[in-house]
Design a binder for this molecule. Structure first.
Ligand code: FAD
Length: 357
């Protein structure tokens, strides 16, 4: 762990030690640059604000240990707002439920092994543009203030990114607002994910049951694309009430929630600065899954950052290839997701006008 005051001149300072921040740090530190990650929480991966469902391509990309995988899911059942069910069975693993806290810690450990330093319990409070980079004001848990200077500032600080606001890289994209919980519940099939659609139980979004074991599931619901004066917890209760048969014996062990941004961000870089992960809207528009796209974003961000650091060109022009490469690699997938979500919402509203849920 870093001793304060030892070195304040960094090549790169990354705000946020989530998966996107740590994966970015690992790549850049491996190239020999001095990287500091600052994280406001005392422990990496806590509190968990995620259902921890990832695709096999994420496991491959992150090269995570197999023991982080809690359950392999091979089928998906979708409950439509009209009361019909659709079942998709596969002989392959469609998705994997992971220990999300341990996943974040594994990525953080790898970043440290690659040479990055990590300051826990440290919150970025303010940023000031200085010649050749930024001066960041941070506070530790005793509210002691200190300054850090860096050539390149990377905001990996999640959906409510302060770094994005400081850099004027804001957006008014819709957000999905969710309630989620680990619960005691007996799933009907431990290999099957259940998805519930309907404006009454998840307006513009979906409810879910993800089994972890014969007795434990992850469940949740929420809303998106609307301003709701109801909490996402309310919609979860609506889901439970609508499908009592599936939620029989429900007992909440741990609850959480949070938001994810949906869509493209017009700009994810600035002079001497970049955004990555949820802070850069690198999230799947259909599912709200941000782990895979955040890791892909981290790879592209770090490749551009390494080149710019090597060439000593951290100007806006020098970093513009980040946006270009991001859109080239992932633009089609995100645009496809946005178009399908729009299509679903239009279908829903048409049915609502006809009086169907
Ligand atoms: C309820 C819910 C369920 C989800 N389920 C899934 C799922 O099943 N699969 C999936 O792929 N995705 C899921 N997501 C989305 C996923 O959790 C995010 O996309 C992912 O965590 C993004 O990673 P990140 O590193 O960009 O940001 P985060 O994981 O949010 O990390 C940001 C970090 O920055 C730190 N930070 C913030 N501000 C500061 C500051 N000022 N100073 C210092 N540190 C700061 C935070 O403490 C945090 O550790 C879910 C999200 C929610 C809310």
């Amino acid at each position: 762990m870093l001793k304060r005051g030892v070195a304040l001149e960094w090549d790169v300072v990354i705000v946020g030690a989530g998966p996107s921040g740590c994966f970015t740090a690992q790549q850049i530190a491996s190239s020999g640059f001095k990287v500091l990650i600052i994280e406001e929480h005392e422990q990496i991966g806590e509190p968990v604000q995620c259902a921890g469902l990832i695709s096999p391509r994420t496991v491959k990309l992150a090269e995570i240990s197999q023991d982080l995988i809690i359950n392999n899911l091979t089928s998906l059942r979708v409950f439509s707002p009209l009361g019909t069910k659709c079942l998709l069975n596969s002989s392959n693993v469609l998705a994997q439920a992971i220990d999300r806290g341990a996943f974040d810690r594994e990525l953080a450990e790898r970043a440290i092994k690659s040479g990055a330093e990590l300051l826990l319990g440290t919150k970025a409070k303010e940023v000031e543009r200085i010649a050749g980079g930024y001066r960041l004001t941070a506070t530790d848990k005793s509210k002691r203030e200190f300054k850090i200077t860096t050539k390149l500032l990377i905001g990996a600080d999640g959906a409510n990114s302060m770094v994005a606001r400081w850099l004027n890289l804001t957006h008014d994209n819709p957000k999905a607002v969710m309630f989620a919980a680990d619960v005691e519940l007996q799933p009907f099939n431990t290999g099957c994910i259940d998805i519930f659609l309907g404006q009454d139980l998840a307006p513009g979004w979906f409810g879910w049951i993800i089994p972890l074991s014969p007795h434990i599931c992850r469940v949740g619901s929420g809303y998106a694309f609307i301003n709701s004066d109801r909490s996402p917890r309310h919609f979860f209760q609506m889901l439970v009430d609508k499908y009592p048969h599936y939620f029989k014996g429900l007992k909440i062990i741990r609850q959480t929630g949070g938001v994810v941004p949906i869509g493209f961000m017009p700009k994810i870089y600035a002079p001497h600065a970049m955004l990555v992960g949820d802070a850069a809207c690198q999230v799947k528009p259909i599912s709200g899954g941000g782990i895979y796209l955040g890791l892909r974003g981290a790879l592209i961000c770090s490749q551009v950052a390494i080149k710019a650091l090597q060439e000593g060109n951290l100007t806006e022009k020098g970093l513009a290839t980040y946006q270009e490469n991001w859109e080239k690699e992932m633009g089609e997938e995100i645009a496809w997701g946005v178009a399908h979500r729009k299509c679903y919402l239009e279908w829903l509203y048409r049915n609502l006008q006809r009086g169907t849920k």
